[in-house]
Design a protein around this ligand. Structure first.
Ligand SMILES: Cc1cc2nc3c(=O)[nH]c(=O)nc-3n(C[C@H](O)[C@H](O)[C@H](O)COP(=O)(O)O)c2cc1C
Length: 197
């Protein structure tokens, strides 16, 4: 079996965002393992309007060109790490919109989360796990939460991930679990003809 392809999704698009730093950090750790192909997927490169299609992509492929590219990209990937902020105790709207723009392409693939913010994006991540289930994904238990002084230190005080080695074990746990699920689900997708409901 070829190495699984993991998409690391930067889920915010505003100028000056923190998401780039967290995505680069987890991408470096994932690539260093050698058991997965890693690609950063930046939602800035998929400027989809607020959902404006005749129906859910469950039934109807999107007409919007950026959404079609997004769907093709999701389809290519075997697993996902959503690197996410928390906006007003929920996921950033840009990310939820992107999740709404694809459906079958997400089915039967794992979703892991790196959250950041005052409480490490925990409230956004919990909501995203529920959304992932509706997309017929397998959300992982392990997650990385970059919160409190760690987040403020890197966001405002000029610290970097090199100053935060205590986060590495949480990333390792996430990547171990994601690797297991990605491998298991990729094998299952390749050997079953049963379609997702
Ligand atoms: C609209 C908005 C709402 C926010 N709400 C929260 C929140 O509920 N919880 C939190 O921890 N941080 C919140 N923040 C602060 C973000 O954690 C911080 O701005 C972070 O850098 C946002 O991620 P980004 O830089 O990738 O956009 C909010 C920021 C914005 C712009």
């Amino acid at each position: 079996m070829s190495k699984p392809r993991i998409g690391i999704v930067i889920s915010t698009t505003r100028e000056g965002r923190f998401g780039d730093k967290a995505a680069a950090w987890i991408a470096g750790l994932a690539a260093a393992r050698g058991d997965m192909e890693v690609e950063i997927v930046d939602l800035r490169e998929y400027p989809m309007p607020f959902f404006d299609e005749p129906g859910s992509p469950f039934y109807v492929p999107p007409r919007n060109e950026a959404a079609r590219r997004w769907g093709r990209k999701v389809d290519e990937l075997d697993g996902f790490i959503f690197v996410t902020a928390e906006y007003n105790h929920g996921p950033p709207a840009v990310l939820k919109n992107a999740l709404d723009y694809a459906y079958k392409e997400f089915n039967r693939k794992p979703a892991a989360f790196v959250g950041y913010g005052g409480v490490g994006g925990a409230r956004a991540v919990e909501q995203l796990r529920l959304v992932a289930v509706e997309l017929q994904m397998a959300p992982t238990k392990a997650a990385v939460h970059i919160g409190g002084a760690d987040f403020i230190g890197m966001f405002i005080q000029g610290k970097t991930f090199a100053d935060m080695p205590h986060l590495d074990p949480t990333a390792a746990a996430l990547l171990d679990e994601l690797a297991w699920w990605t491998h298991a689900l990729k094998a299952a997708r390749e050997t079953t003809t049963a379609k997702a409901a």
